[in-house]
Each structure stands twice: as structure tokens, then as C-alpha cells.
Write a protein that binds this ligand. Sequence first.
Ligand code: IVH
Length: 679
Amino acid sequence: MSDEFEIARTKAAALTKEINAHNHRYYVLDDPTVPDGEYDRLLVALQAIETQFPELVSPTSPTQRVGAAPAAGFPVVTHALPMLSLGNAFSDEELERFVVRIGERLGAVEIKDLVFSAEPKLDGAAVSMMYVDGMLERAATRGDGVHGEDITHNVRTIRSVPLTLTGADIPDRLEVRGEIFMPKAGFIAYNERAEATGEKPFVNPRNAAAGSLRQLDPALTARRPLDMYCYAAGLVEGGTLPTTHTDTLAKLASWGLKTNPEVRPVTGAEGCIEYYQALEQRRAGLPYEIDGVVFKVDAFDLQETLGNVSRAPRWAIARKFPAEEAVTVVRAIEWQVGRTGAVTPVARLEPVFVGGVTVSNATLHNIDELQRKDIRPGDSVTIRRAGDVIPEIVGSILERRPSGAEPVALPSVCPVCGSPVERIGDESVARCIGGPLVCTAQRVEGLKHFSSRKAMDIEGLGSKLIEQLAQDRVSSPADLYRLTAEELAQLDRMAEKSAKNVIAAIDKSKQTTLPRFLFALGIRDVGETTAESLAMHFGSIEALLAADEAALIDVEDVGPVVAKRVLSFFGNPDMQVLIRELRALGIVWPEIDTTADESDHDHFFSGKTVVLTGTLSTLNRTEASARIKRLGGKVTSSVTSKTDLLVAGEKAGSKLQKAQNLEIEVIDEETLIRIFDES
Ligand code: IVH
């Protein structure tokens, strides 16, 4: 035997062992340690070896079965018709090729007119339900597609599964297939409860659904918030179904079965791609997890002509969203110093493609989180990036931790300026006590914040330029207004023309608003919304400077913590000097009419608590919240049960989801503008 063969044999054996271990954790324990993408990668690697050396394929190789055999404890069910799986497409091109292939096979059919049923690919567990004379007789898992487990007792506990069908023309025997899933809200609530009672939380809603269905005690399943959508019929005897898939789903719905309201007929590859993109946009706001879109040729006669390849139909495909979880290696853990001196750990990663982008850094937020997650340099970690949110390290894969990987400790001195790093009381954040005058990192971050779009909005003053200036020439925001074009032009890579532009932008920023100015000062815990509330309440900086704790707490959105921050900020003589300097250098804002803040009971938003989220494209946030307040509303920053209305701009994320979960009214920017116009 050749060396190459021996190496392949060893590799295949190692992969087989690893895949089998993951299989056990996934299917039997419902507790996977690696994301699906990583599992798929191992399987693909084994398949590649087996393709090259077919002698290595054994009947027990993990590549030889899809899914898992029934677990002990559940009677085995042989499916009347096999439950197929789906081929995948990971790009628009692959999807187009799928459509072209179908066109070639169907010959006479014009592919641009071909109708597909487009539907969310739910991330749960497949189920087959047999209705005899309209009564639920048996429910089974998909298992390996041929044999599944009898989970009738557990499925009966799911409220959205009808135990009897109602309506006309119900076939004598009807097999309905669908996906059982745990809605996001139920999953979150379940895990919160589990954490409180010391039980083990589920890693994701899919495992939660699969694990719940395979409880031996149906009473336990009944307590899990499970739901179901039907996506196909299987065996039909003693009756008939319509001739298309979408009509069949409508028929199933008419008999009381639950079908997904997002299912829609679309035409041609173009229609498929449009649907995919639109659903991807709305994914975060859907009340359940989906991992892609399924496209099925709608006409049953065409499905039959196309037939199946091994265990997947030629007439359907799953267009998958980019994987939201991936595994990579932590190269190093470094400490970053922020505007307020907060020293936060950041993991430098081997670049990895996840959630549609390449990720090479991930924050670990604070030392407590770093210790709780116990992430060490050299660790293999699971990275998650869902939707537009910042990438997060889910955790280390302990089985892969290299020997000698040591935890990192909080540095005792600032990595940038060398000042001591302190933790005050039980605060989770450690801070460099250097302050912006001593610590360049704090100075740079403070200046970046000061000039940012939502603060003083100094266009053209980019990070690189700020870093250069903060080295010597600019030690406080006031120094920005003392810069001259000649000085700037002397810097590296700075032409006279751009120097002039920067000075013009700095000059322009002098005409600002009080909310922007307050936000720009960078008072801890005073974000855009709070700055706005403070400005509208006090009307002038003098009144704000004179306010005591009680007066501050009176302001919307301000509690004892923020009040303390504001007092200590304005009590600092350096800050008083800075404010005086800035005003002397020409920073001005229009006066504010504080009487507009009084709630007037005749206005549209009277007595309503409103939250703004996402990007508003026509109005800016400051303007929108000022107008809402003028109409009697209260604007706060987080969605709670007290919120009456959410205004969701583009790319709204978690706040939108939370509002939907709490069944809070949601309006878009257009509607908000209409309300303003009509009020
Ligand atoms: S149709 C012949 N439709 O995806 C087609 N499957 O990879 C069989 N799934 O086991 C499936 N949502 O659990 C279909 N709208 C949907 C689906 C869906 C989720 C799951 C199902 C199946 C797996 C196939």
C-alpha cells in the first residue's frame, strides 16, 4: 500500500471518530459542541477522501447515512413514502443553475415563466403526521428518511397540531409533513427559566425543538412552547389533492392545518432571487428561526417529470443564508482603551467568513465576560454573527484546546499610556485612570466621538487624521477649533485643498444644536436620546449646569445613575473650562423653547411612550424625537412592556423583534411623517 493511501486511511479514521462523536452529541444528547457548518466541513472532508479512495468507504461510514437511526425508547415507524432531503444552493449563481437545469430537463417549458413555491426554510425538526379519517393517528420524526421514531404522544401536546381535521373532501388517509419549531420568544423565555432554575439551556431553537420532541415523558414536551407549520402532503389515499403545491397548502389550511403565511408563488430565477433577498431583510424580525428559503416547482406533474436523485428531489432546492456560526482560532487577546478609559479585551482571530462577512476581531466586552467564557489564546472558538449585529464569541471548543493555553489576566497598567488600571467596586469595567490628557487612546476616542456624525458632525475629520493630531497638536476638542489650514497642510499626506476643506468643516460645525453639543461632550451613559431629553428639559446649558440631582431625575430617561454621571461631569472644573472655551471659540446653538416639552393632552402622542430604532432616512433621530415630544409623547431608548409604540427605521433589529414579541404597535418612518404632517 502506498504512503498516500495510509495517510488517507488514518485521516478518514480520525474524521469518522470525530463525526460520530458529534453525531452522538447532536442526535442523542441534543447538545452539539460545534456549529452545523463545522460538522458539514468534517463530513465534506471525509467524503473527499472516500471519493479519492473508494476502498475506504465502509457501510458504517458517517457518509453513508443521512440523519440518524431512531433512538432507543421510541418505537420505529417505517415511512409510507420516504422523507426526502433537499439539495442546497449557497449563492444566487447556484440557484440560477438549478433553475437552468430544470429548464433543460423540462424542455418545452419556458423557464422564465416557471412557477415555484417560495417558502421559509424553518430551522426545527421535520415531522410526518398520518391522519386517518381526519384523525391524527400517528406522528413520526424524519429519522434517516426511511425509518423514523414514533413521537405521536409528544406531537399531540402541540397546540397548533389539529387532532382532527375539519372541512370537506378530506382524504381517508392523509399524510401531512411539516416542521416543528420553537418560536424565538419561547426559546428565550425557556432558556431564561432554565438558567434561573439551574437547568441546562438549549444552544439554539432547533435543538430545543428536536430535544423537546424526543422527551420520553409527553408531559415534559407539553411544557415546551412548540409550534408547527405544514409544508407538504405525503401519502394520500381515498381522496385527491389539488394539482399544485401552493393550492395543496391552501387546501391543508382549509382543513385546519397550520401553514406558513410567507409561502408565495414566484416566477423564474429572478422571482426566486427577489423573494430570497426580501426574506433575508426581514429575517431578524420573523418570530422564528429560518436558515434559508426553499423553492419547489409548483406543478405536481412537472415535479413528477423531474423526479429525484438519490434522496433529494430535482424539483426543489434550499437556498441557504450564509452560516451565522463558524469556528476559528483565537490568535491573541489584546486590551483596547476606549473614550472613557474602559479597558476591554478584544480577541484577534484567524479571519473567518461568517454571517456574510469576514470577521477577524471580536470584543469580549469586559474581564468578567472573558473569565466567564474562559476564552484563551490558541483556543478554537465558535463565532456568531446574526443579521447586522456585531460578531460575538459564543464559546471555546474545549476538546480542541491546545495544551499550555493559559487564561489572560487584566493588565495592571494601561497598555497605551502606562497609567494604573482600576476596577471600582463591583463594576465589571476596568478603567485606565489616565484621563484624556495623559492617555492618547482616550484622547483619540474622545475626539472621534466629539466629531462624529451624530455629535458635532465634522465631515472629513477621519480616524487617521485624528490619530495624527492627537499625538501633539490637539489635546482637547477646543484645540480643533484653533487649528489653521497652514498647520494642517504640513501634516503627512495632507494637500492644501483638503486641509482647507477640513478647516471649513470644523468651522461649519460651530453652528450646532444643544442636544448635539451635550452628546458630543461624551458624558458617560448620556447617549443621543438622553442628551436630547436633557436639552429639551433644561433649555440652556446654564440651567443644566445649575441642576441638582432631584432636578435631573425629573427628566425623562434619567435615573439616579445618569444623574450622578451628569453631576460629576459638570462638577469637574476641567469640563467647565472646556465648555467655556468651546463657546468662546464660537460654538452656538438655537434657543430651545422648553414649554414645548409640556405634555399636552390633545396631541397625537399624549401619554404615549415611544421608542425609535433603525435608520431613519428622511428625518434624523433628534428631529423625530423632538417632534414626538412636541406632540406630547415621551421618547425612551429601550423597549419594555411600558412602550406604547415603536418607530422602526431601516435595518431595525433586536428592538423590533422585542416589540413584536411584546405585541407593541410598530410603525415605519413614512407613517411617522404622515402623523407629523397631519398633526
Ligand atoms: S420540503 C422534498 N419545505 O428541511 C422536500 N422542507 O433539508 C422535503 N424544512 O427535512 C422538504 N422548512 O425539515 C421543506 N418549507 C420547507 C421546509 C423544509 C424546513 C426542512 C425539513 C427537511 C429539511 C430538508
